[in-house]
Write a protein that binds this ligand. Structure first.
Ligand SMILES: Cc1cc2nc3c(=O)[nH]c(=O)nc-3n(C[C@H](O)[C@H](O)[C@H](O)COP(=O)(O)OP(=O)(O)OC[C@H]3O[C@@H](n4cnc5c(N)ncnc54)[C@H](O)[C@@H]3O)c2cc1C
Length: 319
């Protein structure tokens, strides 16, 4: 909504419509009643309650045709990231994904988007309409305003023959669930968790259970340094629920969480690339001269991460 309001100032003097898709959309419209929207349109019914390409694309197409929107701002949820590209084809529009900023110059909107693993940022403007912008979560501050009564105009969407019947939802496996893009906190584990500790021994099982316990209690997303995930390829003992998809950094992912906590990780430059968008950074390391101390963390706790995380888990367990 914050993005919509910004774009609409540039393209339509602040006027915009809200399109909603779902089993029942009245509650969502009510929550946005104070947003300044001119009109609310909804495609609703049991077939639109579930995430499915055919019904989602049909609903979104009907809304775009009904409103005649020239710029369509869509949240980059998995549901709409999947359905919207097809809608763009049907209405002969253009799309930009992973939009990280919207700027306005001389009344014309342009967007920012990163390329080559976040090494280059591009500014793009397009003449073709409708122009669809998929906005990544966390890029704009969440809009907050008064709810109230909103009148929703029902829009008919004619469903094609549905080949997919949604029978229910199943949670992803425990491994996949360690990556939680919507979590406030990114917890990064480094290779130090598997290294010999002060007693001359490694403590992999302790590391595993401390990290797992913390993830369960905090619902943080799990990231890893390259050194830690590479250990599996070298045949060394590894943390069982960690894989290459957890890797953060220049050759890994660049997640967008509000806060980050690095543990047993040196914090070298390639890794810091992966933290580009993390706003509040803290680290726990035994070495007061580690990379995080060189201006890369807001707070560095010079401490044993095994002890710190045991205490944190104890505190979280009691809260
Ligand atoms: C081209 C290129 C691309 C790369 N891309 C990436 C990338 O995308 N992501 C990435 O992560 N790396 C990347 N790297 C590797 C990177 O340079 C580092 O080698 C790597 O990040 C180091 O991982 P680490 O900090 O976990 O391990 P280490 O450097 O081994 O650091 C372990 C740390 O743990 C600390 N420690 C040990 N025990 C404890 C304890 N009990 N409590 C607290 N602290 C403890 C130690 O003091 C040490 O600082 C790249 C390298 C190259 C050349």
């Amino acid at each position: 909504m914050t993005a919509v309001r910004q774009v609409s100032e540039a393209v339509s003097d602040g006027s915009f419509s809200v399109g909603l898709v779902g089993g029942s959309v009245q509650a969502a419209a009510g929550a946005l009643a104070g947003s300044g929207a001119n009109a609310f349109y909804g495609v609703e019914g049991p077939e639109f309650d579930v995430s499915r390409y055919a019904s989602d694309a049909t609903a979104a197409e009907a809304l775009v045709r009904k409103t005649g929107a020239t710029v369509v701002v869509v949240p980059a949820t998995s549901r709409f990231s999947r359905a919207i590209p097809g809608v763009v084809q049907r209405v002969e529009g253009r799309i930009d994904t992973h939009v990280t900023a919207v700027n306005v110059e001389d009344g014309r909107p342009s967007i920012e988007r990163w390329y080559y693993r976040q090494r280059m940022v591009a500014t793009l403007a397009r003449a073709q309409r409708p122009w669809f912008l998929l906005i990544d979560a966390g890029v704009f501050a969440a809009w907050s305003g008064a709810g109230g009564a909103a009148k929703v105009e029902a829009v008919a969407a004619e469903l094609p023959d549905l080949r997919t019947r949604v029978e229910g939802e199943q949670a992803a496996s425990a491994e996949a669930q360690t990556i939680r893009p919507d979590a406030d906190l990114l917890f990064v584990a480094g290779a130090g968790w598997t290294k010999k500790q002060q007693d001359g021994q490694t403590h992999l099982k302790d590391a595993e259970s401390l990290i797992w316990d913390f993830l369960q209690k905090s619902r943080a997303s799990l990231g890893s340094s390259k050194s830690l995930v590479d250990q599996s390829a070298e045949g060394e003992d590894v943390i069982s629920f960690m894989s290459h998809v957890n890797q953060v950094g220049q050759t890994g992912s660049t997640p967008r969480h509000l806060k980050g906590l690095a543990t047993c990780c040196h914090g070298e430059e390639p890794h810091v690339v992966g933290w580009r968008f993390i706003k509040e950074r803290r680290a726990v390391n035994l070495d007061a001269g580690c990379g995080w101390a060189q201006g890369k963390a807001d707070v560095l706790y010079v401490a044993d991460a095994f002890k710190v995380m045991a205490k944190v888990n104890e505190v979280l367990g009691n809260s």
